[in-house]
Ligand binder design. Structure first.
Ligand SMILES: Cc1ncc(C[n+]2csc(CCOP(=O)(O)OP(=O)(O)O)c2C)c(N)n1
Length: 286
């Protein structure tokens, strides 16, 4: 436990300057703008530095296993669709151990908002190379430089059938809050990847580095986020990294198909147990 003067148990334990503070501020702003009551919101987190976000938020929260944010968030949402459900993962949680859930959640389109805190490193475990670390990245796990290509989460999301894909930056909490609000209003799965410096373990992707390497699609009136090919092109050329709403598509959510007007009966057969028939079958095995 921290021994600092005036430290309170409910104070965040992130390192000074951590990008997650910006995300925390954006989340609070979005919850206020959306007028969410604490009991209406459930924040599900994975394992990592990001995983403490729900601890400091006055809402329901669930700190899931590493890589299992989305199965838990999906279960919460489907058992009570009236709740607003927000999942949060790190780049390791989402794109390494949780990658299968990532892809299937995008195509399934359950009404969840998912923030991926991309600090391009495994921070909690003291700085190993992650799927979003660039080729050549030197860390304790790749001392000779990573030989792997880095993974592009939003591009993978587009290929996996994502209906809302955005990217924010923890150094721009106002824009991030707006993206979270839009994502939470979207009917279906909304992915918001958040570029977020880890000031202790990642000495490459700093605030200055991100500022130099980002541009804002939200400022470009010629950009149409409903155009899938345009979105693909933007994500294919990331010498400069696009922020903002990258892609949005209107299509029924999973809940619309299962519980809503478009719901079709899932079970066509009468599945009640036919005891006499069962007994007859059992006879055969005696
Ligand atoms: C099943 C399992 N495997 C490995 C770990 C060890 N572990 C804890 S956090 C973590 C990675 C954290 O990186 P990320 O998800 O990017 O989150 P960050 O700490 O950067 O926010 C790992 C590998 C674990 N807790 N559980």
């Amino acid at each position: 436990m921290r021994k600092e003067k005036n430290y309170h148990l409910t104070d965040p334990t992130w390192c000074k300057g951590c990008g997650i503070f910006g995300i925390f501020a954006a989340l609070k702003k979005a919850a206020v703008t959306l007028n969410l009551e604490p009991e209406q919101l459930v924040i599900v987190t994975g394992i990592g530095c990001h995983g403490r976000l729900n601890n400091y938020f006055r809402s329901y929260g669930f700190h899931a296993l590493h890589g299992r944010t989305l199965p838990v968030a999906s279960g919460v949402k489907l058992s009570n669709p009236r709740l607003s459900v927000l999942g949060i993962s790190g780049d390791g949680d989402a794109y390494s151990i949780g990658l299968g859930h990532f892809i299937h959640s995008l195509r399934r389109n359950i009404n969840i908002t998912y923030l991926v805190v991309d600090n391009r490193i495994y921070a909690l475990t003291q700085g190993q190379t992650s799927p979003t670390s660039e080729k050549g990245f030197v860390s304790v796990s790749t001392p000779y430089g990573s030989k792997d290509l880095n993974l592009n989460g939003p591009q993978l999301a587009l290929a996996s059938g994502g209906s809302f894909i955005a990217r924010g930056f923890s150094g721009e909490p106002k824009q991030l809050a707006t993206l979270i609000e839009k994502g939470m209003k979207h009917n279906g799965f909304s992915l918001i990847e958040v570029l977020s410096p880890c000031v202790i373990h990642n000495k490459v992707n700093t605030y200055q580095w991100f500022k130099k390497n980002i541009y804002n699609l939200d400022d470009d009136s010629n950009y149409n986020p409903k155009d899938k090919m345009k979105a693909w092109k933007k994500l294919s050329n990331e010498k400069k990294i696009p922020l903002g709403l990258i892609y949005i598509e209107k299509r029924p959510s999973y809940e619309d198909l299962v519980f809503g007007k478009e719901a079709k009966p899932i079970v066509f057969d009468d599945l009640r147990v036919d005891v006499p028939r069962l007994e007859k079958i059992m006879e055969k095995f005696k």
